[in-house]
Design a protein around this ligand. Structure first.
Ligand code: DGL
Length: 249
């Protein structure tokens, strides 16, 4: 069983890719739901919630855990690896590198939560490319809430996206990195607002490749032909579990 954790519904965007890429693996998805969004919370809170989630997934017998939340990864993954040295963890980070290496305009937009953008990892990665590429980071204000409320297609959401994405395009960005797992649910509106010539990049495919290679490295792959199953858990009760299932259809 592979555990996949996010503050809420966002990590389902990663789960979908994992399930396709690893058809014989089974999954438990834990979406906190009770304390989402994490993006504006303190480091201590996000760390504590992530540890609670990991304990729960380990109690369920997970052999590998994907922290399908950029915010939780930025804040907690180092501590988790120290605390559970035998557990393979895969974390989500904004895909700055592929965007920086392929931009033609030399301008890359990165959308993420405030907590992620303040993290050491993002700052170090951005600094690595800063002499060649201009990286413009922006918080997707209200994006997570819109996804949690299934409001992806509303006019109000489009207005939120315009406010954040238009300045990136005006500044010349030809790559926009989705550095929060909720944001791929807004991909079509982001694409519409950004217009042709702007590539939207998320991390899901790279994460699936990383999970596959870790499973191989540790000899943890499920047997070929095994039937895939997927369970959903939440700290927010049964109603939220139903919401997770609906969103994952
Ligand atoms: N989906 C999460 C991320 O990737 C967190 C969103 C939130 O809870 O603020 O950052």
């Amino acid at each position: 069983m592979i555990g996949v954790f996010d503050s809420g519904l966002g990590g389902l965007s990663v789960l979908r890719t994992l399930r396709e890429a690893l058809p014989y693996e089974s999954f438990i998805y834990l979406g906190d739901g009770a304390r989402c969004p994490y993006g504006e919370r303190s480091t201590e809170e996000v760390k504590r919630f992530t540890e609670e989630a990991v304990e729960r997934l380990l109690a369920e017998g997970c052999k590998l855990i994907v922290i399908a939340c950029n915010t939780a990864t930025a804040v907690a993954i180092r501590a988790l690896r120290e605390r559970y040295p035998d557990v393979p963890f895969v974390g989500l980070e904004p895909a700055v590198k592929p965007a920086a290496l392929t931009t033609k305009s030399g301008v890359v937009g990165v959308l993420a939560t405030r907590r992620s953008l303040e993290g050491d990892h993002f700052r170090t990665t951005a600094a690595q490319y800063a002499d060649k590429v201009q990286i413009i980071a922006a918080v997707g204000e209200g994006f997570v809430e819109a996804v949690e409320c299934n409001e992806e297609e509303s006019e109000a959401t489009e207005a939120l996206v315009r406010r954040v994405v238009e300045p990136l395009v005006e500044a010349g960005a030809d790559k926009i990195v989705l550095g929060c797992t909720h944001y791929p649910f807004l991909r079509s509106v982001i694409e519409r607002v950004a217009g042709e010539g702007v590539e939207i990049i998320d991390s899901a495919a790279a994460i699936a490749r990383r999970v596959a290679s870790l499973l191989d490295e540790r000899g943890l792959r499920a047997e070929e032909g095994a039937k895939q199953s997927c369970r959903y858990l939440s700290f927010a009760g049964e109603e939220y579990v139903e919401k997770l299932k609906m969103k994952d259809r």
